[in-house]
Design a protein around this ligand. Structure first.
Ligand code: BG6
Length: 495
């Protein structure tokens, strides 16, 4: 297939296909995101939005289901009848059974929808169906140079299976047509991290091992696995969160400045970071990682069950992971990157904390002892209350004639005060980029594979060892040993 970027006809009309159109992701995120784009008049070229799944329902019933779900998942006061009427005209449904070789016939039957349109497909499916979906599109003759496809994560369950998935898709689409989504890259603050690093000079001279002591990346959730137990049992936090979201954040913190802010240059730099991650082996896996699983407890005042009680059988699957990672290159040699994520924790928040070096010597004394000066921290808060905060040591206001006393204070940049009234959801931003054929915030095949290459030995080492996942009480901060992970290096998690 030829490169589509060179000859994309920007005026062409587009059909947006949502495979898995009846599923949770479509109802909760994708269709609301498309509705918001319609509301902002950003879907002029997309004149059909079609949900696809196995269930037999009519277009009318599908529209009703989508409307019911908008009631649950659109932000309050965002629904407008006029916008819905515009959206509804575009909305349709195709029943398709991807387990059948004849699946493509369901598309052919609706060929009128596709006439003179390029086809944008979102595969919100289990990756075992990616091949069948691509094949159906191919056999229905819907893949041309302007067709594009989004692959929802996880891409495989390990390196080998991800290579297989990627190869199957590559049989039908060229790499420039494939958009591997990681919704963390669509979050406003994550993009702001790039602006902060590469749109300002002030941090750059410090942004390396001589200026930074450690980096902490936390994605803490209060939700449990809910109705995804069967998926989660085979995935665990490592495959569900670390292999993709947390490693992508690590890449954005650690990458060198790209030549340009374009897909190739940005992704080339992220790839170098992934390739520089020091391998964690079976011998040192418990020195660098902690895996845990929640037991029943209380979260936000509500009693909740443990992970195993929610499922159908005993499971060693981890619902919590903490890792000490190292990047073996000039910039980051010796700087630990602590990653942690878990479900049913005390608070919902995601953040990146850059802890700078301490001053080499304190000149401020109190009762003949040097005052304890806290190192500066840059806290990049992804959610909730997205923003950036820089902690500084500052004089505590007083006029007592005694020694000058210092305390920690913050400079804050609160994005909610500069944002539009409604925060933009990550999917909204990424779907728009997909429609506009911009791959910068999507993940390239070699990145996915490099991430698996680092993650696989850790998962295998856990599997081979007889050490069970450490239990933690729902509503806590995770297993106690995860708190100890940075302590071994003389650091503490930022709370
Ligand atoms: C998804 C994971 O990719 O990200 C979920 O599959 C997780 O398990 C979710 O809950 C977290 O996303 P967010 O945007 O709520 O942090």
């Amino acid at each position: 297939m030829s490169d589509i970027n060179s000859n994309l006809d920007k005026s062409a009309k587009q059909v947006f296909l949502v495979f898995g159109g009846n599923g949770d992701l479509a109802m909760r995120k994708l269709l609301p995101a498309l509705y918001y784009l319609e509301k902002e008049n950003l879907l002029d070229h997309v004149d059909r939005i079609v949900g696809l799944s196995k269930t037999f329902i009519s277009d009318k019933d599908y529209c009703e289901k989508v409307l019911e779900n908008f009631d649950r998942f659109l932000d309050k006061n965002e629904f407008e009848e006029q916008v819905w009427q515009r959206f509804k005209i575009k909305l349709g449904y195709i029943s398709i059974d991807l387990s059948m070789d004849t699946a493509f016939e369901s598309l052919v039957e609706k060929k009128a929808i596709f006439k003179h349109h390029s086809v944008l497909s979102y595969l919100a499916l289990d990756p075992i169906y990616f091949g069948s979906a691509c094949q159906a599109l191919h056999l229905a003759n819907l893949i041309d140079d302007q067709a594009r496809v989004v692959l929802e994560k996880p891409i495989g369950t390990d390196l080998q299976s991800s290579i297989k998935v990627n190869e199957t898709v590559a049989h039908y689409f060229s790499e420039s047509q494939v958009f591997r989504i990681d919704h963390y890259l669509g979050k406003e603050t994550v993009q702001n991290l790039l602006a902060l690093r590469f749109g300002n000079f002030i941090l750059e001279p410090l942004w390396k091992n001589s200026g930074i002591d450690n980096v902490q990346i936390t994605a803490s959730e209060t939700v449990g696995v809910g109705n995804r137990w069967n998926f989660y049992h085979n995935a665990g936090a490592m495959r569900d969160m670390v292999q993709n979201h947390l490693l992508q954040l690590l890449c954005l913190v650690a990458m060198e400045v790209p030549l340009n802010f374009d897909p190739k240059d940005v992704r080339d730099e992220k790839l170098k970071v992934l390739k520089s991650l020091r391998k964690i082996t079976a011998n040192d896996v418990y020195e660098h990682t902690v895996r845990g699983q929640y037991e029943g407890g209380s979260v936000n005042g509500e009693m909740v069950s443990g992970y195993e009680e929610e499922g159908t059988h005993p499971s060693q699957t981890e619902t919590f992971v903490a890792i000490r990672a190292h990047i073996d290159n000039w910039r980051w040699r010796g700087v630990p990157f602590y990653l942690r994520t878990g479900k049913r924790l005390a608070k919902r928040y995601s953040e990146i904390v850059i802890q700078f070096k301490s001053v080499p010597h304190s000149i401020f004394y109190q009762e003949n002892e040097p005052q304890d000066l806290q190192p500066n921290k840059l806290v990049i808060r992804l959610q909730p209350d997205d923003g950036i905060e820089l902690t500084l040591m500052n004089k505590v206001p007083s006029l007592n004639g005694g020694p000058m006393v210092l305390g920690q204070q913050s400079l804050k940049l609160d994005f909610s005060s500069v944002e539009k009234s409604r925060p933009i959801d990550a999917y909204e931003r990424l779907l728009l980029d997909f429609i506009n054929d911009n791959q910068t915030l999507f993940v390239r095949r070699d990145e996915v594979e490099a991430a698996w290459n680092w993650v696989d030995p850790i998962i295998n080492a856990w599997k081979q060892s007889s050490v069970p996942a450490k239990k933690y009480t729902a509503g806590s901060f995770g297993p106690a040993s995860s708190l100890a992970l940075p302590l071994k290096d003389g650091f503490e998690w930022h709370e």
